[in-house]
Design a protein around this ligand. Sequence first.
Ligand code: GLN
Length: 547
Amino acid sequence: METKYIFVTGGVVSSLGKGIISSSLACLLKARGLRVTIQKFDPYINIDPGTLNPYEHGECYVTVDGHEADLDLGHYERFTDIHTTRDNNVTTGRVYQSVINKEREGVYLGKTVQIIPHITDEIKRNIKALGKTGRFDYVITEIGGTVGDIESLPFLESVRQLRWELGKNAVCIHLTYVPYLRAAKELKTKPTQHSVKQLQELGIQPDILVLRTEKEIPADIRGKIARFCNVDIDAVVQSVDLPSIYEVPLLMHRQHLDELVLRKSDVPVEGEPDLAAWTHFLDRMKAADKTVTIGLVGKYVELQDAYKSINESLFQAATYSDHRLNLKYIHSEKLTDDNVAEKLGEMDGVIIAPGFGSRGIEGKFTALKYCRENDIPTFGICLGMQCMVIEFARNVLGLEDANSTEMNPNTPHNVIDLMEDQKSVTRKGGTMRLGAYTCELRLGSKIAQAYGKTEVSERHRHRFEFNDKYRGEFEAAGMACVGENPDTRLVEVVEMPKKRWYIGTQYHPEYQSTVLNPNPIFISFVKAAIAYHAEKKLEAAAENQKL
Ligand code: GLN
């Protein structure tokens, strides 16, 4: 079949969940046996979000091919199990960079280079690039930002042109907001009407409207919106707030969003999507009646999007252990020797978060010393793993002032040091060790047991590494280097075999954990936390009996 293109735009306000709607639709189409991919076009000028502070744009997600991407690509992968690549995330900056490069190469043959047609042609070329490979039946394109933003205009103009060129092979979905005014006890449709008008002024008539709302929208109000917006009543779909984003695909299916898309793109609707595994996950999620409490020690705790993939991986792992996740954010800058027991004492497991720079780093060491000495299941990710190494060097090996050269270039014990091939790197964007690399795990190690195999591939994003010079000292004192890269011998995993569960990974397993394929290391960590919780309970009961 010819490749079909679905465009998802947003109106009224940002943060309505275009990424979740796009992911849910992809999930449904995939469950119908169709080959689907999703891509995000972001209107900002940065070449990619790799250099953005998490406060600006949440987590930076990393694809297998080492692209630093918008966090929505994480949703795409978690909902669909597809692997995205750098082709799935394009920014205004990338588009302009490519056009300007072509201009310098003389590609435009003396023409004046303009937004239309040169920028829009470049956007259209990028939108169609994945479709052209012949690997997909449906390419879903999410346009970042909100209709009315100046910077979104070239993207929307490209969608208008493509819509015209592609005819039945294009479908436009517009996501808007229907606020509920508590004082008036009324749902208000005017913002949606205005947003659709604005889209129509740009020459785009949406085929389907998805209305984000806190409250159920009655049929007469949906009818009113349909009339005002030139959309069929059955193509006005509502997206009511739900306790979990993973329920959205079923909510969309109940309102026939997948069928609508098939019909509007001239594809026969046959049978039903196979959602058995998805429903099974939701059933377990809803049935879970026990709780596992995990503490996440990091410096971006005010902004939960900064650790999006870790949160979701933990949630998936807890669900597959039939537990609810109680995730507590612990500000690393506020942790001290005096309050660490109070802040971490109740945790069943602790994660030490990834990060850059020295802010909050001492709090991470404090947390790790406490976790190691009290044998709490502990998982260090990237910077978290590097902190495990530093804390162990300082407090077990007695290497005072041991550090990473990222934090102190003059440390006498550079147990974490800049990778050799990073030493000449000065440019910031896209220059870290990025993307998926193979890692060999030591047979019999806890990590190998967690994965059930000794070779894995996980994604990276870092410049610093475990300093191999110290390997012997660490091994002898009880911290084993149990994972390494087969080509470079870089240490990728450390663990303390004598502890309940004390593991650090230089890589980020959270980038590869999906609803249908949760990452085994998160499963193993959460299981250890649950077991530790049970042990604590038994101990407390025994203590009580003695009294
Ligand atoms: N700052 C560390 C490095 O560059 C860790 C990076 C991370 O946690 N993603 O190696």
